[in-house]
Design a protein around this ligand. Structure first.
Ligand code: SF4
Length: 373
């Protein structure tokens, strides 16, 4: 990410990590922070799972995880991996055979903790399968499933126990000469997760997968994730993330992107700056923004749009956005292009007209980028 020489207070200095590949998606180093989600379909149902993967990819998911608890699901994984537009991570807990089957089926990454696989021979087999099939591995430590000996040593799940667990798993992979791993130390408690992530960020240069696990429903989970992940990202920690919500995976991806967009770490699509509205509004701001969010979902090119109810803040916000609309009086408002007043627009035509302006601007940016390349 490039640093901002004019507004240094916006700079985030990312922790230096090594880079690994999850399929064709680089994770770590200077790669963009990738956004992940996980399907919640029956993984043996190829069609339903693929549909969900595709819907998640359409809203920007870079990587999608699929749980593979049984042979039927690793069998289905083959077609899912072949047809998926994004790399697939196979989620495995204890069964080393599922890990080998998932690697053979084309998974780009295995989420498995080597310390849980069993004896040395099994670990060696899983690592060999990962190497043979170009899979990376995510070590996923979770406060809720820490090893018994660590709970006895520390008394309860704590950051030190989580870091020690992660380092134990790392050691097993390193002993097998395997470096293509990333690591997560998730907890549903934001304090615990943030402290564990800070600890692991200091202890290793492995890429870090961020997550606040079991964060809750759409609203509560979004707030919790924004606080937990937002703080870590602001500190420069995190190379890939998943927002865990009891909601449609598509929502997880949208929230992940919004967190990254808020911190200027990634851009995608239209960032709408809008006011909360009040008695001064010259049009119905809330309904307009809701309609525009839906109508502009298909835009992938990053750009900004301000929708402000009146002149108190409208012209100022328009100065900093690509396209702006500020409510005025008598059923119309002002359109701003690149910060400058451009033309008057009646409220009843505004949604169609703004969608048109955004689509035009997106096409223009894309053409300029293509020409530059
Ligand atoms: S910009 Fe105007 S309409 Fe919007 S909240 Fe502020 S004062 Fe109210």
């Amino acid at each position: 990410m490039s640093l901002n020489p004019v507004r240094p207070w916006r700079n985030i200095y990312r922790r230096k990590s090594r880079q690994i590949m999850v399929g064709n998606v680089p994770v770590g180093g200077d790669a963009p922070i990738s956004v992940q989600t996980m399907t919640n379909t029956d993984s043996s149902d190829v069609r339903a799972t693929l549909d969900q993967v595709i819907r998640a990819a359409d809203v920007g998911a870079d990587i999608v995880r699929v749980s593979t608890p049984d042979e039927a699901s690793t069998r289905a994984l083959k077609e899912i991996c072949r047809e998926s537009p994004v790399p697939i991570v196979a989620d495995i807990h204890f069964h080393y055979k599922r890990a080998i089957e998932a690697a053979e089926a084309g998974a780009a990454c295995l989420r498995i903790n080597p310390g849980n696989i069993g004896d040395e021979k099994r670990v060696a087999e899983v690592v060999r399968a990962a190497k043979d099939h170009g899979c990376s591995i995510r070590i996923g430590v979770n406060a809720g499933s820490l090893e018994k000996h660590l709970l006895e040593k520390y008394g309860e799940p704590c950051p030190e126990a989580m870091v020690e667990s992660a380092m134990d798993h790392i050691r097993i992979l390193e002993d097998h000469d395997f470096q293509e791993y990333k690591i997560s130390v998730k907890a549903s408690d934001v304090f615990l997760a943030a402290a564990a992530y800070q600890g692991i960020a200091e202890a290793t240069d492995a890429p870090i997968h961020l997550g606040i696990t079991e964060a809750g429903g759409l609203m509560a989970g979004t707030v919790k994730s924004a606080i937990g992940l937002g703080n870590l990202l602001w500190m420069g920690i995190g190379d890939t993330l998943r927002v865990s919500l009891s909601a449609d995976p598509v929502e997880e991806v949208k929230v992940g992107f919004e967190i990254l967009k808020s911190l200027g770490l990634r851009t995608r699509g239209v960032q709408i700056i809008s006011c909360p509205s009040c008695a001064r509004q010259g049009f119905d701001v809330i309904k307009t923004v809701e309609a525009l969010e839906k109508r502009l979902e298909h835009i992938k090119t990053p750009m900004s749009l301000s929708i402000i109810g009146c002149v108190v803040n409208g012209p100022g916000e328009a100065l900093m956005t690509d396209i702006g609309f500020t409510g005025g009086g008598a059923g119309s408002g002002m359109v701003y292009l690149a910060g400058k007043q451009d033309h008057k627009l009646s409220n009843d035509q505004m949604i169609d007209h703004i969608v048109e302006l955004v689509e035009k601007k997106a096409a223009q940016i894309e053409a300029e980028q293509a020409a530059a390349e």
